[in-house]
Design a protein around this ligand. Structure first.
Ligand code: HEC
Length: 165
């Protein structure tokens, strides 16, 4: 009888510990995505090609877009607004791709250079979300599904715009 009670108690404690640890993980993931959303919505960005609405070019899955760089990323660009071939973006660089359906902003695709981030994949944190903050591709996926294509030739530090637009 006593043994049964102990087994039951141990079982309940394990279940509880599991729930707590999975909640913690969810919370960390939520925080990571929210941190990126906050950065995307903050000021201090410069648009690529004077905020032109560009059409996605094969092999892009993204559709029409505008691109903007935070000041850290911008500092790495040359006088034509491009990352020179062979150069890398410094830590803290954020590149925001605003995806449009027609003339309506539909989604953000984001890359943040942050190699020591727990969610980094190949040196970048990758995420996608809607303007209302709904996450459509979580940073916790570490760029799986993004990196393969972004490593295609040619790329500049895993970015693809400069060679296509
Ligand atoms: C099948 C290929 C492909 C996949 C998969 C892909 N991208 Fe891209 N991405 C591109 C191309 C090509 C561009 C260049 C601009 C354009 O024409 O769309 C681009 C541009 C970008 C940019 C602007 C910086 C740059 O590289 O020029 C961001 C940010 C971005 N993608 C994020 C993502 C994220 C996040 C994912 C995964 C959820 C992803 N991409 C998946 C092909 C891809």
């Amino acid at each position: 009888m006593k043994a049964k009670k102990i087994i039951h108690a141990v079982f309940m404690i394990s279940v509880f510990a599991l729930i707590v640890s999975s909640c913690k993980k969810d919370k960390a993931e939520e925080d990571a995505n929210q941190a990126l959303i906050d950065e995307v919505n903050s000021s201090g960005y410069t648009y690529y090609q004077q905020e032109t609405l560009l059409s996605g070019v094969s092999p892009s899955p993204h559709g029409s877009f505008k691109l903007r760089f935070n000041n850290v990323a911008k500092a790495a660009l040359d006088s034509t607004g491009e990352l020179p071939v062979g150069n890398s973006f410094p830590t803290g660089s954020i590149i925001v791709k605003e995806l449009f359906v027609g003339t309506t902003l539909d989604q953000f695709a984001v890359m943040k250079k942050d190699a020591s981030n727990a969610n980094a994949g190949s040196g970048w944190v990758w995420a996608e979300f809607k303007p209302d903050g709904t996450v459509t591709y979580s940073a916790a996926n570490k760029g799986s599904g993004c990196i393969g294509c972004h490593s295609g030739t040619p790329n500049r530090d895993l970015t693809r715009t400069f060679d296509l637009h």
